[in-house]
Every structure is written in structure tokens, then in C-alpha cells.
Design a protein around this ligand. Structure first.
Ligand code: NI
Length: 283
């Protein structure tokens, strides 16, 4: 709510300069009253079956310039980041869910009340279905990271279909949600893979900030990478499964505090791109 009010004032100040917008009217006016915001969150919570405090239900507002830019970004074969015109960033975690690291990361995100996007593999979801549910119930968004983490450019069409479909079907069985966002293992695609994924309704999401956390980097090293590569609209790549990720856990609270101090809003990838988080359900 605080965000909307601050932004509402900011946007109207902008409009006031050029178009004479007032606080009462304007082409892009977000809800400004507490009741309106509460109503919107309640409706979204009921639709997504999430607790009303879920961080991904927070209000995210894109102005016309940002919307126009993300529409262009979504037309590209691969998304690397969101609009450069707003201070929004997305934390993303790949390769899970496991138990130990995922629990630690969820606890940090909950304490800081910020959402993230988790790109999961089918193999890990099959092993830890309760952890997938926990991520979702904490209000984070789930994306598809294939079933077994292969390099997609080396697969036949039917094998690629299988990697994506099996994972989507399992997650849909567990959550009732059909994933729309996907991240190719190693970020590797070619035009054929891109076309096939697009045909299946997926948005390919890579990143512009690569923490390389899987290399076993320390917390301070990872923080330094984020600070040096960060820009408006950044999508930050981290991992939540593997045995070299203590640095990820150590860095995360400091990264979030830094982003907040720099006035970035932390959002999920779908929010960054102004799109629904999941595909329409299979009838
Ligand atoms: Ni991966």
C-alpha cells in the first residue's frame, strides 16, 4: 500500500508537468485508497489460493513507458531483464527445490518480505514435492527449468517436449498451476529451441546479473558481483540446490538490504514483465 501511495504521488507529479494530471484522475491511476488495495490483494489471494501476506501479491505498478518497453522485451526470443526505466529487480533461484538451502532462502525472503522466482527441475520436484508447495505457499512464483537439466540445443524435438511437459504436468498436479516462465539450463538455446518453447506457450527467461554462486564464491564476493552488475530491471541469477552455495545464503540478506536501500522494488519475473505468472489451466 505504501508503495502505491508513494508511486501515485510520483506518477501524478510526472503527469502534472506534461499533461495536467491531478490526483483525482489520470489515464494510469493505480488504486490509492487502503480499501482498494486491500480488495485487490484479497481478490488476487483468493484467485491464487495464497495467504494475503504473500509477498508476490504486493502491488506492482508499471507506468506507460515501462509497459511499452516490456511489451517490446517480450517480443524478443529471450528475456534478459525488464524495463530500464524503473527501479525493479527480480531475484531468481535455479535447480531446486532441495530441502536445506531452500528452507534457508525461504526464511530470509520471509523475514525481508520480498518475493522471488524459483526455476525448478522435475527431478527435484518429484523428490521434494512438499518443498515445491512450500515455495508456492510462501507467495513466490515457480518456473520450469526442465526435468533433468539437459542442454536443450542437443535434444530432439520430442525429447525437448518431454523435458518441458513432464515438469509442467507434475507442477500442475501439485499446485494446479501451469508454468509459463521457463529458464533453459545453462541459458542455452538456439532458434529452433526458442521457436519450439514459444509454441508451447513459454517465455524464456535468462538473466543479466550472473552471481556464479555455484562456483562456491563467498557471500561478500557474491554481493560484490550483484552490486557491480546491477541495473534497472535486472534479473539476478542464483541457485538453491547444490553443495557449494553457502555464499548464496550468506549474501542474500545483505543483497536484499542493499536493493531496498537503493530503492529498488523486488518483484517476481512475471511482475517485472507485466504478465500473468501462469498459463491458462488445461481444460
Ligand atoms: Ni540450472
Amino acid at each position: 500500500m505504501r508503495f502505491y501511495i508513494q508511486l501515485g504521488i510520483g506518477i501524478c507529479s510526472l503527469f502534472l508537468i506534461g499533461t495536467g494530471c491531478t490526483n483525482q484522475s489520470g489515464p494510469m491511476k493505480p488504486p490509492v485508497s487502503q480499501q482498494e488495495v486491500q480488495k485487490e490483494v484479497k481478490e488476487k489471494a483468493e484467485k491464487e489460493k495464497l495467504p494475503k501476506s504473500a509477498p508476490s501479491l504486493q502491488s506492482v505498478y508499471l507506468n506507460q513507458q515501462e509497459k511499452a518497453e516490456v511489451e517490446d522485451i517480450k517480443k524478443q526470443p529471450i528475456v534478459y531483464k525488464g524495463s530500464q526505466h524503473s527501479k525493479k529487480v527480480a531475484l531468481t533461484f535455479d535447480d531446486g527445490p532441495d530441502v536445506e538451502l531452500t528452507n534457508k532462502i525461504l526464511a530470509i525472503l520471509k523475514k525481508e518480505q520480498v518475493p522471488a522466482t524459483f526455476f525448478v527441475t522435475g527431478i527435484m520436484v518429484k523428490e521434494y514435492p512438499e518443498m515445491l508447495k512450500k515455495i508456492y505457499e510462501h507467495g513466490h512464483v515457480i518456473g520450469n527449468h526442465t526435468w533433468s537439466h539437459p542442454q536443450l540445443t542437443k535434444l530432439s524435438t520430442s525429447k525437448l517436449d518431454q523435458e518441458m511437459d513432464q515438469t509442467n504436468q507434475l507442477v500442475e498436479k501439485l499446485l494446479g498451476k501451469k508454468m509459463r516462465l521457463m529458464r533453459p539450463p545453462y541459458g542455452a538455446t538456439n532458434s529452433q529451441v526458442q521457436q519450439q518453447l514459444k509454441k508451447k506457450g513459454f517465455t524464456i527467461v535468462n538473466w543479466d546479473v550472473d552471481t556464479n554462486d555455484w562456483r562456491g564464491y563467498s557471500g561478500p564476493k557474491i554481493e560484490g558481483i550483484v552490486k557491480s552488475q546491477l541495473a534497472n530491471g535486472s534479473i539476478i541469477l542464483q541457485h538453491n540446490s547444490g553443495n557449494t552455495l553457502q555464499g548464496t545464503v550468506d549474501a542474500l540478506p545483505n543483497i536484499i538490504k542493499y536493493l531496498k536501500a537503493q530503492k529498488y522494488q523486488l518483484v517476481t519475473v512475471d511482475q517485472l514483465l507485466d504478465m500473468p505468472p501462469y498459463q491458462e489451466k488445461t481444460k
